[in-house]
Design a protein around this ligand. Structure first.
Ligand code: SDX
Length: 436
């Protein structure tokens, strides 16, 4: 008779164990009953980088990597990109439902009322060297925000949590814009909440006292779509970091700073910056085949390609590719797009990339749009972190409210020395030759 369980026989003892299957998975602690001796710890599962381990149950984002499916709370990303906005998606991720008109107005109003940052924080941002990487400034500034809002440590109070969420979503664009203005030696533009979330951000970055200054609507819409596409992506490296750091019940500013640090890595959110540097290194369409050969030899990675979950096209990349042309209508074309299109054409036909299931991911085209909008390359991960904060905060809230969750503390398989005695200095012979 069919049963939702595994029957596991331990061939060392001949004993058989019944392990229940729920939601297509087994609970790893159920393996601990498999022992040879009552004093044994029992069997553990070993899964470096969590290749096949669910660390949580979540109802926020659904991805099907085979079918190129991405949904926020059940809504397909393609529909949201066409009909929604970043702030509406942020509300959806956090509260689980699309907001009513009044709810969206209140949510938008609360966030836009929290776009100013403390003048001490402005001084912290201005204390960085002119050439400091903006992600370093953002990570440091968000962590510093924990010192301005001591009440944020009460993470179990929903009202206090909600106010910190407004503050983080409201202030991140201001921190990013102020970091950029320090870099170019220009005075700050303080937030203008009449311009909308993305429009205000572009205004703070760009305004130089021009008369009747307006942000081109196509650019603020394009940035808003980029923001909503980057808002959440289930248990990626930075979100897993947010959950793990947040599980110690630290304040959300410290947890967001940790998540942003994880995102900064070139294998994760730093890839959009790496894509641009790669395209600039390739330099021309004619040079693409030689570059692809180097990738196939394993000398280098094709940045913006491949994904831990998608073994097919990243649905966000398809949408971003369309947005690129809307941006080029305003900014003029971008010669790097021809190199990117040729790289994509070759990669999608080549057996090497097909065998490794390497398709363009979200970072492949986003960098090209941002460059066309004249963002400096090292601002690209910052533009990923701003919207991803909505996902981090939604996942953090879900973790705090999940009775199955507690402080994150993985086990290990110990492979070091057994017990040994201290060696007096005079008896130590061989100097350490290998560097760790
Ligand atoms: C993001 O997780 C998320 O959801 C992330 C993200 C999100 O929204 O949060 O989607 C955002 O981070 C997108 C990914 C951005 N990173 C890049 O574009 C960097 C380039 N891509 C890779 O380094 C890689 O594809 C990863 C990191 C994205 C995923 O790598 P995995 O799943 O850890 O796989 P792996 O590194 O073990 O690679 C498996 C094989 C290896 O070959 P072998 O050593 O087995 O022979 O595939 C090869 C790799 O060499 N490979 C690549 C490659 N990616 C994997 N070879 C060339 N170019 C690549 N891009």
């Amino acid at each position: 008779m069919k049963k939702d369980s595994l029957s596991i026989t331990d061939n060392r003892s001949g004993k058989t164990y019944e392990i229940p299957i729920e939601n297509g998975s087994i609970r790893a602690p159920d393996l601990r009953q498999i022992k040879l001796d009552p004093d044994d710890f029992g069997i553990m599962s070993y899964d470096p980088a969590y290749m096949n381990t669910a660390a949580c149950a979540s109802s926020i984002t659904y991805i099907d990597g085979e079918k190129s499916i991405l949904r926020y709370r059940g809504y397909p990303i393609e529909e949201l990109a066409e009909k929604s906005s970043f702030l509406e998606c942020a509300y959806l991720l956090l509260y689980g439902e699309l907001p009513t008109k009044e709810e969206l107005e209140h949510w938008t109003n609360r966030i836009m009322r929290h776009t100013y940052i403390h003048e001490n924080l402005v001084q912290i941002i201005e204390s960085f060297r002119y050439d400091a990487h903006p992600m370093g400034i953002l990570i440091s500034s968000v962590a510093a925000m924990s010192t301005f809002h001591a009440e944020a440590r009460d993470v179990n109070d929903p009202e206090i949590r909600e106010k910190q969420i407004w503050r983080i979503l409201g202030k991140l664009p201001t921190i990013a814009a102020f970091a950029y203005r320090v870099r170019i030696g220009r005075p700050h533009n303080y937030p203008d909440i009449s311009r909308g979330y993305a429009g205000n951000f572009l205004y703070m970055l760009d305004y130089m006292n021009e008369r009747d200054y307006e942000v081109p609507p196509a650019l603020s819409r394009a940035l808003d779509v980029l923001f909503l596409l980057h808002a959440d992506h289930e248990q990626n490296c930075s979100t897993a970091t947010m959950r793990s750091v947040g599980s110690s019940r630290v304040d959300p500013y410290s947890a967001v700073a940790a998540a942003a640090a994880a995102l900064f890595g070139p294998l994760h959110g730093g890839a959009n910056e790496a894509v641009l540097r790669m395209l600039e290194e390739i330099g021309s369409v004619a040079a693409v085949p030689a570059y692809v050969e180097r990738v196939k030899k394993g000398e280098i990675r094709l940045m913006g390609f491949g994904h831990r979950v998608y073994s097919s096209y990243d649905p966000r990349a398809s949408i971003i590719k369309k947005v690129a042309y809307d941006v080029f209508e305003v900014t003029g074309g971008n010669p790097l797009i021809d190199i990117a299109l040729e790289l994509e054409r070759i990669a999608l036909e080549d057996d090497y990339f097909i065998s490794y299931k390497l398709y363009p991911n979200v970072d492949f085209y986003s960098g090209i749009i941002l460059q066309a909008m004249r963002f400096p390359t090292d601002m690209f991960p910052v533009l990923f972190a701003i919207p991803r904060a909505a996902g981090w905060l939604a996942q953090w809230t879900e973790m705090l409210n999940d009775p199955a969750q507690k402080i994150s503390r993985p086990r290990q398989i110990y492979t070091g020395y057994a017990q040994r005695s201290y060696v007096p200095m005079e008896e130590r012979t061989s100097p350490r030759t290998t560097r760790t």
